[in-house]
Design a protein around this ligand. Structure first.
Ligand SMILES: [Zn+2]
Length: 240
């Protein structure tokens, strides 16, 4: 049986799918990895992104932080692609338990999915560090300079910065869903970054599917591995 036919069969027969959505899913929507080493940004910013997007830097150099943040991480106008839409369809059909992602673009939620665990947070949620008031992404990205609350406090994105721990609620639910699903599909992730790598070992189900252009360290324990461009694969699963 061809791999794509096998994948269709697995999905058809599954009742409780968990999707682990990697950075490759966002790339297809045109979102660039802010870590990519294009010379342009190297000349423009004095510090590497890992430094700027750290909790220490946020509090010490808030203005610089927001210059980079607004320049590099604004994806409010980016639209969900075929993969986001496909997993929304699976949720509507009652086959998908949840989506776990480290992407902060909120695109799975934008596509309509309700059960999304965002391990690194999202640009759509922001809070005042003083009074805790909520602000949406639009408010933050359209503000001049450092976004401020009506109380005068600085607003901080609910995005997990370097040096911060992951949101407990999302992590616990993610692990619980992985441990109890019948099929786990991982796509667009090299699976080298914690916590993705650590969470997968909770899987006890039947089908572990990896869809990725390049090989991963988990290929040997997967039930099905498809090394191909994501678009090629999902075009065969979902007709818009
Ligand atoms: Zn406030």
């Amino acid at each position: 049986m061809k791999k794509i036919e096998l994948l269709k069969k697995i999905i058809n027969e599954s009742k409780n799918i968990v999707f682990f959505s990697g950075a490759g899913i966002s790339t297809l929507s045109g979102i660039k990895d802010f870590r990519s080493k294009d010379g342009l940004y190297n000349m423009k910013y004095k510090f590497p992104p890992e430094t700027i997007l750290s909790t220490g830097f946020f509090y010490a150099e808030t203005e610089e932080f927001y210059k980079f943040y607004k320049d590099k991480l604004n994806c409010l106008n980016v639209e969900p692609n075929i993969i986001h839409k496909y997993f929304y369809k699976l949720e509507k059909e009652g086959k998908l338990k949840s989506i776990i992602t480290q992407n902060i673009d909120g695109l799975h939620t934008k596509a309509g999915n309700k059960n999304v665990y965002e391990l690194h947070g999202t640009i759509y949620k922001n809070h005042c560090i003083k009074c805790g008031k909520f602000y949406d992404g639009n408010y933050v990205f359209s503000s001049k300079g450092v976004p401020k609350c009506t109380c005068g406090g600085i607003i901080k994105p609910d995005v997990v910065l370097y040096g911060e721990s992951l949101p407990e609620y999302d992590c616990n639910h993610a692990i619980n869903d992985i441990a109890n699903c019948d099929t786990l599909i991982v796509a667009g992730s090299s699976l080298t970054v914690y916590p993705a790598s650590g969470m997968l070992r909770y899987f006890r189900g039947k089908n572990f599917v990896i869809i990725n252009r390049d090989k991963t360290d988990y290929d040997s324990i997967a039930t099905l591995v498809i090394n191909d461009e994501l678009l090629n694969v999902f075009k065969q699963l979902y007709i818009e």
